[in-house]
Design a protein around this ligand. Structure first.
Ligand code: NZQ
Ligand code: ZN
Length: 388
């Protein structure tokens, strides 16, 4: 492990079936006005809304209702939420939902009091906030993004045909997150498996880079193995608490900066996936699954040792005197088999993308240099064509 780094993750987690009991206590640390942000209504059907409101009432809070946050939150919706937070002078934003709601809450938290255009400042110039930041707390209901313990947030700008992720520093991380695996039992199967692949992708983005012997990579391998075991159990029985609990914890550690320590990271699959999402508004995890295999097959020769190690350490493939090339192929075949088994999207056509969209998707794809190979625009196009 050769890099220099600072690891600081200030989010306090309350985990388990009794995690909600901690909410009332957490609320005492903030002023009287709480903006309650949530999605399209699943929390009203499964009873989570009532539990949250009971905690808010017992803590004597004034609640500013802010429901209806869509998946892949838009710039327009974020600006509306920021205006609401400012007008009500809110003391805390409590995000109850998946990555979309928590990301939205973070974006609102740094935009409400921002004196510049938030889009330009955060998502074009990628600056840190210089204004008052409203604290965010979260109650997680859908597993995958890791937003519950990181500074990431992704906002879609449909006018500009782009979806941009900005990773803020620790000041914007949720102050606390409530993680009750039972809350994920009602997530529809398609969303559940999209979340599984999102977790896998986060780990792969940080694993396929670097050549040094790095503790972060060993942790990544353990997380992937746990995910594969528990994803199979959860598919068989979505109410398998132990499996859903392992997956929730794996998702959090997959993207709370731990496994990125001491190394460069790739994130090109996410860049292509976000561009597909910008044009199609498809489910995030599915945009990643649809482009991952053509991408990894393209970069495989540039990180061959790591791909061979992936086969042996993650998928348990016997090395048996095989060369790296063969092992690498077998590892990617094992990944593909698992993807088909859990049932994620294998091409962008099933997400609504067309051949005509490909140049626009390529234009919306940021080209990063942290992985084994920096792509060219032509290579992005060939990955997208292969994924049609
Ligand atoms: O809106 P509601 O009604 O709540 O329904 C949601 C939504 O339809 C539903 N859902 C969530 N919890 C449920 C539930 N349905 C029944 N029971 C429950 N307990 O699930 C659907 C998907 O929710 P969403 O929040 O959109 O999913 P996800 O958590 O995958 O978040 C996706 C967003 O996060 C961004 C993505 O780009 C996308 O915009 N990401 C954020 C990251 C970060 N902060 O670091 C990193 C990721 O790579 C990702 O880019
Ligand atoms: Zn992701």
């Amino acid at each position: 492990m050769n890099g220099n780094f600072t690891f600081h993750n200030p989010t306090k987690l309350h985990f388990g079936e009794k995690a909600m009991e901690a909410l009332a206590g957490e609320l005492k640390n903030y002023g009287p006005v709480v903006q309650l942000s949530y999605g399209g209504g699943s929390i009203k059907k499964n009873g989570i809304y009532d539990q949250v409101v009971a905690a808010l009432e017992s803590a004597g809070k004034t609640v500013v209702e802010d429901g209806g946050v869509m998946s892949n939150p838009t710039l327009e919706r974020m600006l509306e939420g920021a205006a609401k937070a400012k007008a009500n002078n809110v003391d805390l934003i409590l995000a109850v939902g998946g990555g979309s709601t928590i990301d939205y809450a973070k974006a609102v938290s740094v935009s409400a009091w921002c004196e510049e255009d938030p889009w330009e400042k955060y998502y074009v110039r990628f600056e840190e906030p210089s204004c008052r930041i409203i604290p965010v707390g979260s109650v997680l209901t859908m597993v995958g993004t890791g937003s519950e313990m990181n500074g990431g947030n992704v906002i879609s700008n449909h006018k500009a045909n782009i979806k941009v992720g900005k990773v803020f520093g620790p000041a914007v991380y949720p102050k606390f997150s409530i993680l009750n695996p039972r809350f994920t039992f009602t997530v529809p199967r398609r969303q559940m498996v999209a979340g599984f692949f999102d977790i896998m992708s986060h780990i792969l983005e940080q694993y396929f880079s670097g050549t040094d012997d790095n503790t972060s990579d060993y942790i990544a391998e353990g997380l992937m193995r746990s995910l594969v075991v528990s994803s199979r159990k959860a598919l068989e029985n979505p109410e398998d608490y132990e499996a859903r609990s392992n997956i929730m914890w794996t998702a959090t550690w997959a993207l709370n900066t731990l496994i990125a320590m001491g190394k460069t990271t790739d994130w090109e699959v996410h860049m292509i996936g976000h561009a597909v999402g910008a044009l199609t508004d498809a489910t995030h995890g599915m945009t990643l699954s649809a482009v991952s295999l053509p991408y990894y097959r393209l970069i495989k020769p540039f990180g061959l040792n790591k791909f061979a190690r992936f086969a042996v350490n993650v998928w348990g493939i016997a090395a048996d005197g095989k060369g790296d090339e063969q092992l690498a192929d077998e590892g990617l075949a094992a990944l593909e088999a698992w993807m088909r088994e859990i049932g994620v999207a294998m091409n962008i056509t099933e997400l609504g993308a067309t051949e005509e969209m490909i140049p626009k998707i390529a234009d919306a794809t940021f080209l990063l240099d942290g992985g084994y190979k920096q792509l060219t625009r032509d290579e992005v196009i060939s990955i997208l064509r292969e994924s049609l």
